[in-house]
Design a binder for this molecule. Sequence first.
Ligand SMILES: Nc1nc2c(ncn2[C@@H]2O[C@H](COP(=O)(O)OP(=O)(O)O)[C@@H](O)[C@H]2O)c(=O)[nH]1
Ligand SMILES: Nc1ncnc2c1ncn2[C@@H]1O[C@H](COP(=O)(O)OP(=O)(O)O)[C@@H](O)[C@H]1O
Length: 204
Amino acid sequence: MSTRGLLFILSGPSGVGKGTVRKALFEKEGNELKYSVSMTTRNRRDGEVDGVDYYFRSREEFEQLIEEGKMLEHAEYVGNYYGTPLDYVNKTLDEGYDVFLEIEVQGAMKVKEKVPNGIFIFLTPPDLGELKARIIGRGTDEMSVIDERMEVAKQEIEMMSHYDYAVVNDKIELAVERIQCVIESEHLKVSNVLEHYQEMMKEW
Ligand SMILES: Nc1nc2c(ncn2[C@@H]2O[C@H](COP(=O)(O)OP(=O)(O)O)[C@@H](O)[C@H]2O)c(=O)[nH]1
Ligand SMILES: Nc1ncnc2c1ncn2[C@@H]1O[C@H](COP(=O)(O)OP(=O)(O)O)[C@@H](O)[C@H]1O
């Protein structure tokens, strides 16, 4: 049996907790999801590891990969490129594993054009004041960048209507549980279950 895996896309405004929730999800036991490590041109932060947190590349290298069609999507965000390497996603889905992307909203909308049957999950803050507090609390941005991120965040929240699920990130553990529910229910959908049986019936 090797039915193609499902593609899950977690997105939402910067600072809402996408990275935090994704890491908590992947720390859970018995998780068969595969995380697609993104590529970026931004500077590596202390404690980040190349190939684990991101593939850190120069602008030239990144642009070369875009030109060669090696990115599923990419976006320019606060002056840096971020993108999803295509080969890993295709290979892993073909092997029958679910793949999980954690990307910002512009990139998610590009994935939606290319992979309409992807499952799009929008992570929302409990409210905008809490979103700003989280960005400030993270302590990685200058005040001018924080204002820019808040402006982008308001536009991004309006994009929620293009998503399949909205998950509020009030408490990390609750957000993780909600995402796990989404994953489980997607696997119970008749369209996904039927595909599995159709594969099996070919072999009988
Ligand atoms: N389009 C796109 N966005 C990404 C990708 N990887 C990460 N991002 C998003 O880029 C934004 C900036 O990421 P980063 O610099 O790590 O900052 P942080 O997530 O706000 O700490 C976040 O919203 C990430 O979710 C990717 O492969 N493609
Ligand atoms: N549920 C939560 N409650 C309180 N703080 C949170 C929660 N989720 C994330 N945070 C904090 O908010 C900040 C932004 O989280 P991060 O994962 O970097 O966001 P994103 O990846 O969406 O930009 C971090 O300091 C993180 O510890």
